[in-house]
Design a protein around this ligand. Structure first.
Ligand code: CAA
Length: 286
């Protein structure tokens, strides 16, 4: 399918970077959010990001300007949906909200439009029926920071058509990503299951007093070649997000091993959410 216009719903950490990635990939892109101030904040953030890359000599000024010109913003979901060939939903991780978004998309998006969710915790089968076009729905899961990370998990539900998968894979490749196909809806898909196992072990080692958080992170980087240690990564992703993923996984599997870890839950209760709040397992003052 010929995809020219992409609508990204949600101007949060993920949505704004996914939208920029789409604009840089040559697609006419609309970033939609119910909050005008969130859209303005996202725009300022993205202009700063592109300006820094231009200053570093990693992005040509004309390419950056053209991408920013291709990226518009709006608070009107229905009107934007009517223009889209592909919709990437990156709204809040709440099923009721996602269902109502997919119902609205089903009513307003052109009949050929593909509707995907960036959700890492809600499989697309939960929203597919609401859209009235289940065969054109799947997960398209990006990783944080979405402008940098190459992987995109494309997760099919039982009704997703092969054509839909091929089109979404082609878009991911056009964004310079390396899509992987997940054939079954399983909590955590591929990456979060592997990341969860590492985080769980890291949290257990720290809570047993086997080593400090810093030394566990250093070991992951220097012995295993990971770009970040597990605690640094949880701070990047957000401890609220980490805790939410664990809760969502546990509620689906019911397995003790998937229970949220008390060290993370405690930090969230204290408002220590990682980089975004200035403190998580580490401090990020200034
Ligand atoms: N947003 C956009 N770009 C960013 C960024 C951010 N938050 N953080 C870093 N970058 C860019 C930098 O601008 C820099 O770009 P250039 O090379 O073009 O100049 C590049 O990334 C490298 O950054 P740094 O040199 O500052 O630092 P680094 O080499 O340590 O890389 C990192 C930073 C890319 C975040 C790297 O540490 C890394 O890959 N960490 C692991 C991230 C990861 O595992 N993400 C998956 C999280 S799980 C998830 O997202 C799933 C989920 O459902 C929650």
């Amino acid at each position: 399918m010929d995809i020219k216009t992409i609508l990204v719903i949600g101007a949060g950490t993920m949505g704004r970077q996914i939208a920029t990635s789409c604009a840089l990939g040559g697609f006419t892109t609309i970033l939609q959010d119910i909050s005008g101030s969130a859209l303005d904040e996202a725009r300022a953030d993205l202009e700063g990001w592109t300006a820094r890359r231009v200053a570093k000599g990693k992005l040509q000024a004309e390419i950056a300007d053209a991408a920013l010109a291709r990226l518009s913003q709006s608070t009107e979901l229905g009107a934007c949906a009517a223009q889209a060939d592909l919709v990437i939903e990156a709204a809040v991780e709440r099923l009721d909200i996602k269902r109502s978004i997919f119902a609205e998309l089903g009513k307003n998006a052109p009949a050929h439009a593909i509707l995907v969710t960036n959700s890492s915790t809600l499989a697309s089968s939960h929203v597919a029926e609401a859209s009235g076009r289940a065969s054109q729905v799947c997960n398209m899961h990006f990783f944080n920071p979405a402008l940098v990370m190459k992987c995109v998990e494309i997760v099919r539900n039982e009704q997703t058509s092969d054509e839909t998968i091929q089109s979404v894979m082609a878009v991911a490749r056009a964004l310079g990503k390396e899509p992987v196909l997940v054939n079954k809806e399983i909590p955590g898909f591929i990456a979060n299951r592997m990341m969860g196992a590492i985080q769980r072990e890291a949290l257990n080692l720290a809570s047993l007093g086997v080593a400090s958080i810093k030394d566990i992170d250093t070991t992951a980087r220097t012995a295993l070649g990971h770009p970040m240690g597990p605690f640094e990564l949880m701070d990047l992703v957000g401890l609220d997000v980490t805790d939410f993923i664990a809760q969502a996984t546990y509620s689906e599997t019911g397995e003790d091993v998937d229970q949220p870890h008390p060290m993370v839950t405690q930090k969230v209760a204290e408002g220590k959410l990682g980089r975004k709040s200035g403190e998580g397992f580490y401090e990020y003052r200034g």
